[in-house]
Design a protein around this ligand. Structure first.
Ligand SMILES: *[C@@H]1O[C@H](CO)[C@@H](O)[C@H](O)[C@H]1NC(C)=O
Ligand SMILES: *[C@@H]1O[C@H](CO)[C@@H](O)[C@H](O)[C@H]1NC(C)=O
Ligand SMILES: *[C@@H]1O[C@H](CO)[C@@H](O)[C@H](O)[C@H]1NC(C)=O
Ligand SMILES: *[C@@H]1O[C@H](CO)[C@@H](O)[C@H](O)[C@H]1NC(C)=O
Length: 293
């Protein structure tokens, strides 16, 4: 039987197998994600390919990853709350446990219909954050799904939107800046009411007549992330090839550098490194280090 298959049939067969494997691993919310709160407001739908979080006056909702990770590149496609989302916050972040936790944040601050969302980012190391940068997006994040990615390795952290880097945080331990690298983290996401601060500093309140508010997720992909086991080892300790380029990546290539500068020049709303009023004793060390952005 096999003898009659031409080589092109083999290639077709092989690519079909690869495609089905990729679909299975990228879409499997049942296996990779647990809805952890919200009393039914977080739902896994469409044969496990779609996840929705919703918020109404009684409660928001949230999920977390089954696994903990120590380094990797993790992607999620998110479609944010459409229409009047003012007062709502959709979070998507990596976080470790304990009182001196590490954390890498995306937070999407809702807005009135037609007004732009703000993407708020922050990085915590050993429980200390205060590294906020905020951005507008160059598209309507409520009209369709867009990919939000976190690259985290021992050299740097890069936040990406649709493959475009919006922020890079380098490991500058050499000059005394604390860097998250020895605690494993889980992915978390939540949709909740923050109308005391989220939209124009709390001036615009959540309009509950628009509830329930819903954000949608698909194509979670942590294939290039190192799963951490309680024994202390990770799935990358055995040096698998798929993750090595992610783990060893030290610098953005020149195209990515240009994209990053384009975003920072045109879409940045707030940069803690430019907030001299907030840091009267002097800006944080990483802000004045010559090779950081
Ligand atoms: C969910 O499944 C329905 C029915 O198959 C389909 O119409 C819809 O587009 C799917 N939604 C997403 C976001 O994949
Ligand atoms: C991580 O490193 C910090 C100092 O760099 C140390 O205080 C902390 O205990 C370490 N945590 C773990 C889990 O090893
Ligand atoms: C909401 O829209 C207003 C008006 O365009 C803008 O000033 C503000 O930055 C937007 N975002 C938030 C979170 O308030
Ligand atoms: C990694 O790739 C090399 C060459 O491509 C191969 O020889 C080696 O077996 C691979 N290692 C693993 C763990 O897959």
């Amino acid at each position: 039987m096999a003898a009659v298959l031409s080589s092109s049939s083999y290639i077709l067969l092989f690519s079909l197998m690869v495609t089905s494997l990729m679909v299975a691993s990228a879409g499997n919310f049942y296996q990779d994600i647990q809805v952890t709160w919200g009393d039914g407001r977080g739902k896994i739908l469409n044969n496990s390919e779609l996840l929705t979080l919703s918020l109404d006056k009684s409660s928001g909702s949230g999920f977390q990853s089954t696994n903990q990770y120590l380094f990797g590149k993790i992607h999620m496609q998110i479609k944010l709350v459409p229409g009047n989302s003012a007062g709502t916050v959709t979070t998507y972040y990596l976080r470790s446990e304990g009182s001196s936790w590490d954390e890498i944040d995306f937070e999407f601050l809702g807005n009135l219909s037609g007004d732009p969302y703000i993407v708020h980012t922050n990085i915590f190391s050993q429980g200390k954050g205060n590294k906020e940068q905020q951005f507008y997006l160059w598209f309507d994040p409520t009209a369709d799904f867009h990919t939000y990615s976190i690259l985290w390795n021992a050299q740097h952290i890069v936040l990406y939107v649709d493959g475009t880097p919006i922020r890079e945080f380098k490991n500058l331990e050499s000059i005394g800046v604390s860097y998250p690298k020895n605690q494993s983290m889980r992915i978390y996401s939540s949709l909740w009411n923050a109308d005391d601060w989220a939209t124009r500093g709390g001036l615009v309140k959540t309009d509950w007549s628009q509830a329930p508010f819903t954000a949608s997720y698909r194509n979670f992909n942590a294939d290039n992330a190192c799963i951490w086991w309680s024994s202390g080892s990770t799935s990358c300790s055995s040096n698998s090839n798929s993750t090595s380029s992610v783990l060893l990546s030290q610098e953005l290539d020149s195209t990515s550098q240009e994209r990053l500068q384009w975003v920072q020049k045109n879409y940045m709303v707030y940069n803690y490194c430019a907030d001299t009023k907030r840091f009267p004793q002097g800006l944080p060390l990483e802000c004045t280090a010559s090779n950081t952005s």
